[in-house]
Design a binder for this molecule. Structure first.
Ligand code: CTP
Ligand code: MG
Length: 429
């Protein structure tokens, strides 16, 4: 079991007064298990299997450890179960206290949000690692919001465009969160507020409606219904796959079973990019990671290498990390004139941090010039070295039609296949 640099602390030590069930809220039945087991199932479906810390009422530590030991071990997740405190904040602090040294990124999650999808955990981890500070999932507020006085009279309407409803998991660099907890001298309702009080930046990623909190009995009914719908959809998808392709169905089930129902299957992505030829005849041409002496160059803030940019988009899309514009600012001075290799190396690092290995990449360059075929092997080698994976390069024209046919620029279309790093061995054969 390799040590993970990511930890998820699931706080489950509350009593659930508003739910009004005899059991503490996390131990209330949901689906085939409990609120807590449903939340843990999502955590163990993350791309990078984390160190899992469950914070539960003191009298439930032993039975929780016994109940989750096997499932955590099967997923390869180190597990700690500790007693919580009398407030959520104390419970989080209890979880932080047991993290091993190797942990660099910490997510804090309410067990009371059991249907939060694994992908939201992955997204928070990526965002914390890419931005280097705290990140919380947030949804826009859809209701009109009023400020109301003690007597119930409406005082004013609050501008909802500046408001967000914040969820969990909330992610932080471990040292920042520890420092903020060390400094906290009052009670906060969430970790983002505590971090902000310590002067730390916290920003958002898009939240997910399924990450709603089970607070009152109607929320539990909603969670039961959504879970039943999900089970129904999974069962019918599995049945049709089993009928059409029994071998594929067995393979998918084996991989999914290995991570306890998680989504560790290969992922594919597509990317397109177009650059116009430059008006300046002295601009060099860079395409597919190579310089093409004597050819007219392409315009762009970077070197205009449409093939490399299309590959970056395909990689990011496959990993669910957005697109090149969202990751690399088009006016970032550090990227002025930057070569494709810079973008490729950064995209590779991002998808690897997200728990993938690049399987292979194809890119087709569409344009009248340059003629790709004489240097195809060279381009494949350069791009392949940048990505640490096989890259196929091909070229085509558009029969004199369209912007590339008229010689106005060059387009490129790329496809990338990513393989979950942890599951790679199991997928072969
Ligand atoms: N929590 C905790 N320790 C506490 C209080 C809360 O670990 N002392 C956890 C809860 O188990 C829950 C999350 O923090 O997963 C969010 O809290 P909330 O929804 O308020 O849960 P409860 O405090 O259990 O519910 P209530 O406020 O209705 O009693
Ligand atoms: Mg509470």
């Amino acid at each position: 079991m390799s040590a993970s640099t990511v930890a998820v602390i699931v706080v489950a030590a509350g009593s659930g007064q508003r739910l009004g069930h005899p059991e503490p809220k996390a131990f209330v039945p949901l689906g085939d298990g409990t609120i807590l087991s449903t939340a843990v199932h999502a955590v163990l479906g993350m791309h990078e299997v984390p160190h899992l810390v469950l914070v539960v009422p003191a009298e439930r530590v032993a039975d929780t450890a016994a109940a989750f030991r096997a499932v955590a071990e099967r997923a390869g997740a180190p597990l700690d179960v500790v007693a919580g405190g009398s407030t959520r904040q104390e419970s989080v602090a209890g979880g932080l206290a047991v993290l091993p040294h190797v942990v660099e990124t910490v997510l804090v999650h309410d067990a009371a949000r059991p249907l939060t999808p694994a992908a939201l955990f992955d997204e928070v981890v990526h965002a914390v690692q890419a931005r280097g500070h705290g990140v919380v999932p947030a949804l826009p507020v859809v209701d009109t919001v009023k400020r109301v006085d003690a007597g119930g009279r409406v005082v004013e309407t609050v501008d909802r465009s500046t408001l967000a409803a914040v969820q969990t998991p909330q992610g932080f660099p471990r040292d920042e969160l520890e420092r903020a907890y060390g400094e906290a001298s009052e009670e906060f309702t969430d970790d983002a507020a505590l971090a902000a009080a310590a002067g730390l930046p916290v920003d958002t990623v898009p939240g997910d409606a399924r990450a709603f909190k089970v607070t009152v009995p109607a929320d539990l009914d909603r969670a039961e219904r959504l879970l039943a719908d999900r089970r129904g959809r999974e069962a019918s998808a599995a049945a049709s796959l089993a009928q059409a392709e029994p071998e594929a169905a067995a393979g998918v089930a084996a991989v999914a079973g290995a991570v306890d129902g998680g989504a560790s299957v290969p992922r594919i992505g597509t990317g397109v990019d177009v650059h116009a030829f430059s008006d300046d005849p002295s601009t060099p041409l860079w395409i597919a990671g190579l310089e093409w002496p004597g050819e007219r160059g392409l315009a762009g803030h970077s070197d205009g290498d449409a093939a490399s940019h299309a590959i970056v988009d395909a990689l990011l899309a496959a990993a669910g990390l957005g697109d090149i514009g969202g990751i690399f600012g088009t006016d970032d001075p550090a990227l002025a004139g930057a070569h494709g290799a810079v973008f490729l190396a950064r995209a590779r690092a991002l998808v690897e941090a997200a728990g993938f290995r690049i399987g292979n990449v194809t890119v087709q360059v569409i344009g009248n010039r340059p003629r790709l075929s004489p240097r195809r092997a060279e381009a494949e080698r350069v791009l392949g070295e940048a990505l640490g994976a096989p890259v196929s390069v091909s070229g085509t024209t558009t029969d004199a039609l369209g912007l590339t046919g008229r010689g106005e620029g060059v387009a490129a279309l790329a496809t990338a296949l990513l393989v979950p790093a942890g599951a790679a061995g199991r997928l072969v054969g």
